[in-house]
Design a protein around this ligand. Structure first.
Ligand SMILES: Nc1ncnc2c1ncn2[C@@H]1O[C@H](COP(=O)(O)OP(=O)(O)O)[C@@H](O)[C@H]1O
Ligand SMILES: [Mg+2]
Length: 399
């Protein structure tokens, strides 16, 4: 492996709670055979555009549940040669040794023939993805995430729900079930409208789920507010000018009526609107997320691109503080292209924060010297050189 080690003198917190010690990726994106040996140190992946830096972060992101940092379709992850030569029966896989609070776990994941969803193994035992997200907590910031502030509420809800899921790995499952049942309800109304008991049962479960989802989001916002309140007492934290609210009709009704009355009121509404599709539906799929600057009350959509980036970093760091203080589990952080266009004050603060972060942080950047003036210690990996290894191997394999 072509890596260089850079060490600088600082107050380094070397005892990270969670870090990737070794990672192998096979037939994953542009790598046929990637292998990195690491330590608890933070990692900097540098290299030219398109050499495969983000692909490495993406491989790491599959060491927890979900669809990774790009929300990719599994078939897009499998290594391809873009010259129409097809490679049937090749499936991607990521295998890693991960240090989790004093123990090493062997994690394997990938797809196999005739399996629709990705398989997960922890210490050679097949497990559900939820087990993986209980074990490994991974959070990330990517340039694409900035776009979410310009897209609709759905993207903002997804972002917040992903943060909630890191703390509470059943949250996303509730959402999947909720969305599935909403579609099911429409299908059953269209095809079996005379079966009122069946529709009643589905609506009842939908409302129970919606209460759980709203409560789980409400708890998250409250926890975040407490964390923000504490960090606002520390004037030196440049990543604390952020505030978060979740509002909506369902939230208001649940607050004012309480669970029982909310349940019967929504049940009545659903019964009356059985033929109006899901648009008439009140529920957490319509919640509105507001992210704004605490001081000026400026909503994120109206902030400059640079400000949005700082707000996003602030939110993710505060979420890490929350994970640390309540759950004692700090996530691994994957920070893709984060230092581009960041001003000097925030860059320095970012390096200080990540050097004190209790789990491993991964950076990608195009410049090998990006960290030179900062007092941080990290493992620096030249991805240009990894890429050359890959080319030779793949040519041999597919010649
Ligand atoms: N399934 C795939 N098979 C082979 N190459 C891929 C696949 N998916 C993406 N790539 C290639 O990976 C490269 C981009 O890698 P990426 O990690 O995004 O680069 P960067 O170093 O700029 O972050 C592109 O050249 C792209 O064509
Ligand atoms: Mg990239």
């Amino acid at each position: 492996m072509n890596t260089t080690q850079v060490n600088k003198n600082i107050n380094l917190v070397s005892n990270k709670q969670l870090f990737v010690k070794k990672i192998k990726a096979s037939y994953f994106r542009n790598y046929t055979n990637l292998e990195l040996d690491l330590s608890s140190e933070n990692v900097v992946l540098f290299g030219l555009n398109g050499v495969g830096k983000t692909n490495i972060l993406e491989a790491v992101s599959y060491l927890t549940s979900g669809r990774g940092i790009r929300k990719a379709k599994s078939k897009d992850l499998t290594f391809k040669k873009f010259d129409n030569s097809s490679h049937e029966d090749i499936y991607w896989g990521v295998h890693a040794s991960v240090f989790v609070t004093n123990k090493i776990f062997d994690i394997g994941t990938g797809i196999r023939k005739n399996y629709n969803s990705r398989l997960v193994k922890i210490n050679d035992e097949c497990v559900k993805q939820t087990e993986l997200s209980k074990l490994t907590k991974i959070s990330w910031i990517t340039p694409q995430m900035l776009l979410l502030f310009h897209s609709g509420m759905q993207e903002k809800r997804r972002f917040i729900d992903r943060l909630i899921n890191i703390a509470n790995p059943t949250h996303v499952r509730l959402l999947y079930r909720y969305e599935f049942l909403m579609k099911e309800r429409v299908k059953i109304i269209n095809n079996y409208n005379d079966n009122q008991m069946w529709i009643d049962a589905i609506e009842c479960e939908i409302i129970n789920l919606s209460i759980k989802i709203i409560e789980s989001r409400k708890k998250f916002v409250l926890d975040m507010k407490n964390i923000l309140f504490k960090s606002n007492l520390n004037n030196e934290d440049v990543f604390s000018d952020i505030y978060l609210e979740i509002n909506g009709k369902a939230e208001e009704l649940l607050d004012s009526l309480g669970e029982e009355k909310y349940h019967s009121q929504i049940m009545d509404i659903l019964r009356k609107n059985r033929n109006n599709g899901i648009s008439s539906f009140i529920g957490p799929h319509k919640s509105e997320i507001f992210i704004f600057k605490k001081e000026s009350k400026q909503e994120i959509t109206f902030c400059s691109t640079g400000e949005q980036k700082i707000m996003l970093i602030s939110l993710v760091f505060k979420h890490c503080d929350l994970m640390e203080s309540i759950y004692k589990k700090t996530p691994i952080l994957l920070l893709d292209d984060i230092i581009e266009n960041l001003d000097e004050i925030h860059k320095r603060a970012l390096f200080e924060k990540t050097s004190q972060h209790n789990s491993q942080c991964w950076f990608t950047c195009t410049n090998s010297n990006a960290f030179e003036n900062y007092p941080v210690s990290y493992k620096s990996i030249d991805v240009n050189k990894l890429q050359k290894n890959f080319s030779k191997k793949s040519e041999l394999k597919y010649a």
